[in-house]
Design a protein around this ligand. Structure first.
Ligand code: NAD
Ligand code: ZN
Length: 350
């Protein structure tokens, strides 16, 4: 197959952006890499954090962001056995790892100290052709729609892993903080598929309507609630609090609040990454109520196989809107203002 020399991409040229829609060279895959012609790519809040330089982690610049890229393999290196040309493939946040460190040996690839991150340390999927290490890229079964599966590659995977890390069992209640966002909408669907009951926390009527339609048993509006802690507890069995809390919000306050409404013996899973934020918990409360507080970071290759499988079996249906790749700056603006219910997926010109 002959590939073009140039392609369209959204390029962040300086910290703070905005991304510039321009032509850049098509990259060439190394021996262990695939080149994926991206069909659809989701927009994650992480892409906005990256552009704004929110985190204490060095960033490639200029940068093509994006890490929920779904498309077709159009070229591959000589060593690649995992994919054939024409296969559906997904490029995730973890683009490649050394596969030889202690963490990789234990199948904890996200913890690899030499991990390359799509749309952060290497160019990502806001372009027509993107590179991924074949050993890490995800297989997307034939027949699975590439637009709807794109958000599974980060948002779906991350919340599926977070729910597993919470240890919540079928029938128990999980409070999802930031339930109206990209991760939150998918978290509600995975929770339901895993037999969990959902208390959704977010702000505004549009997100309420979405959470209601996704099957949340209660919606607590942090814009209007006079006492979020009391309202969450009241929405849980016997008013004793949530068995698990998934913190997906992009603001620090709920990270300070969650210990007050988690149930005794319950688990708080921090996933959202608000800039400069800290977790704070009363030692007394944590000890005498035996509260577990932990972090969860994307997921392993096997977690991705499982998350995609839930989706492929029709169990995960979260709302998303489609916009052309050139509209990325507008979507970042809406995201900054907290105005997106669910996920935006970019349609990449073919
Ligand atoms: P998003 O903007 O789509 O959603 C965030 C939601 O949080 C919004 O709906 C917003 O209204 C809500 N929110 C803000 N303040 C709140 C509060 N006080 N209470 C309740 N809800 C509140 O973002 P997203 O794409 O879903 O990403 C969420 C976060 O997760 C980001 O920080 C992102 O970087 C992070 N993330 C982490 C991982 C990981 O592996 N740990 C993976 C992907 C994304
Ligand atoms: Zn992401």
């Amino acid at each position: 197959m002959s590939l073009p020399e140039k392609q369209w991409a959204q390029v962040v040229e300086k910290k703070g952006g905005p991304p510039v829609y321009k032509e850049i060279p098509v990259p060439k895959p190394a021996a262990d890499e695939i080149l994926v012609k991206i069909r659809y790519t989701g927009v994650c809040h992480t892409d906005l954090h990256a552009m704004n330089g929110d985190w204490p982690l060095p960033l490639k610049m200029p940068l093509v962001g994006g890490h929920e890229g779904a498309g077709i393999v159009v070229a591959k290196g000589d060593l690649v056995k995992e994919f054939e040309i024409g296969d559906q493939a997904g490029i995730k946040w973890i683009n490649g790892t050394d596969l030889s460190c202690e963490f990789c040996q234990q199948a904890e690839e996200p913890l690899c100290p030499n991990a390359q991150l799509s749309g952060y340390t290497v160019d990502g999927t806001f372009q027509q052709y993107a590179i991924g290490k074949a050993a890490i890229a995800s297989k997307i079964p034939e027949g699975v729609a590439l637009d709807a599966v794109a958000p599974i590659l980060c948002a779906g995977l991350t919340v599926y892993k977070g729910l597993k890390e919470s240890g919540a069992r079928p029938g128990q209640t999980v409070a999802i903080v930031g339930a109206g966002g990209g991760l939150g909408s998918l978290a509600q669907q995975y929770a339901k598929a895993m037999g969990l009951r959902v208390v959704a926390i977010d702000g505004g009527d549009e997100k309420k309507a979405m959470c209601d339609s996704l099957g949340a048993e209660a919606y607590i509006d942090f814009f209007t609630s006079k006492d979020v802690v009391a309202d969450v507890k009241a929405a849980t069995p016997e008013g004793l609090g949530a068995h698990a809390v998934l913190l997906l919000a992009v603001s620090e306050k709920p990270f300070q609040q969650a210990t007050e409404y988690v149930r005794s013996r319950g688990t708080i899973v921090a996933i959202g990454l608000p800039q400069g934020a800290f977790l704070k918990a009363s030692v007394f409360n944590t000890v005498v109520r035996m509260i577990n507080i932990k972090g969860s970071y994307v997921g392993t290759r096997q977690d991705a196989v499982e998350a995609i499988d839930f989706f492929a079996r029709g169990l995960i249906k979260a709302p998303y809107k489609i916009a052309p790749l050139k509209d990325l700056p507008k979507i970042f603006e809406m995201m900054q203002q907290g105005k997106i219910a669910g996920r935006y997926v970019l349609d990449v010109p073919q």
